[in-house]
Design a protein around this ligand. Structure first.
Ligand code: BTN
Length: 270
């Protein structure tokens, strides 16, 4: 306990976030490996990277197809000193960090679909899965990021809804350069988060996402569905959606889908 606390304190005093990268050729899932390492006492900043994942995990119990060499698959272990109800903000911060890194490394502009799907021309390019894990040193946060780099890694079944960086910019980018850029950006958002500046992160997210405000959406949650217009984020990163009746629903879990037709006073359709 003592050593990881001292390490965190030193990092905060020096205003830096220094990841330690562990690389694997193949893993079931970098999130699982990061959770195991966390249980064994690993300090925050540990970053697990795999060339392929045999059982990559996505949100809502989905799988994340992770063929060898086709994407950047990694997970970062964090031990925030911030109340847990705000931890979802770090998932949104991760999306902003990926956005910034992609712009820097490839000039590719992406949209962010709540909470943290990265889209290019409406197709999914990156997914982020945040999970918590109980450890002897307290509860920890694992932020897992999967970025499609090569279109050859995208299976035929999802070609319509997924894309990869090479397809978007016409060339492959350097995976290590992208990883370093994401970690740099994520580190600076994490320091902000630890300083209690979640609102700044949420504002940044909102400025980058067409889903933040005024988007006509359908939200699928555990068997139920609502339709409405997005009205910004709550302080914990939840999405506010104004329904047809004028009430505001606060979404903390679920899938958000853009509606093609407008929905103001009348009907909406997907
Ligand atoms: C989603 O959009 O459903 C989230 C996908 C998250 C995939 C990444 S790849 C690295 C990390 N390890 C996992 O098993 N999942 C995340």
């Amino acid at each position: 306990m003592a050593s990881s606390c001292v390490w965190q304190l030193l990092n905060r005093m020096h205003q830096r976030f220094t990841p330690t990268i562990l690389r694997f050729d193949s893993l079931p899932s970098t999130n699982i490996e990061a959770a195991n390492q966390a249980r064994m006492g690993a300090p925050e900043g540990l970053c697990i990277v795999a060339n392929e994942q045999k059982a990559g995990r996505g949100r809502q119990n989905r799988t994340w197809h992770s063929p060898a060499g086709s994407g950047l698959y990694f997970s970062i272990l964090l031990r925030p000193a911030i109340p847990m109800n705000e931890w979802p903000v770090m998932g949104l911060a991760a999306a902003v960090a990926v956005h910034d890194a992609l712009v820097k490394v490839s000039s590719l502009e992406t949209d962010i679909k709540w909470p943290n799907d990265m889209l290019a021309r409406g197709r999914k390019l990156c997914g982020i899965l945040s999970e918590t894990v109980e450890t002897a040193n307290g509860r920890a946060l694992i932020v897992g990021i999967g970025i499609n780099l090569l279109s050859t890694g995208i299976s035929d079944e999802i070609k319509e809804i997924a894309t990869a960086v090479d397809e978007e910019i016409g060339r492959a980018i350097d995976r290590e350069e992208l990883l370093a850029a994401v970690l740099r950006s994520l580190g600076s958002y994490y320091l902000k988060f630890q300083e209690g500046k979640s609102r700044e992160i949420l504002d940044e997210w909102s400025s980058l996402s067409t889903y933040a405000n005024g988007k006509h959406v359908r939200v699928l949650m555990d068997g139920s569905e609502i339709r409405g217009i997005t009205r910004g984020l709550e302080s914990d990163g939840a999405l506010r959606v104004e329904t047809e009746s004028g009430s505001i629903e606060t979404i903390r879990a679920g899938d958000v889908l853009a509606l093609r037709e407008t929905f103001e006073k009348g009907q909406a359709s997907g």
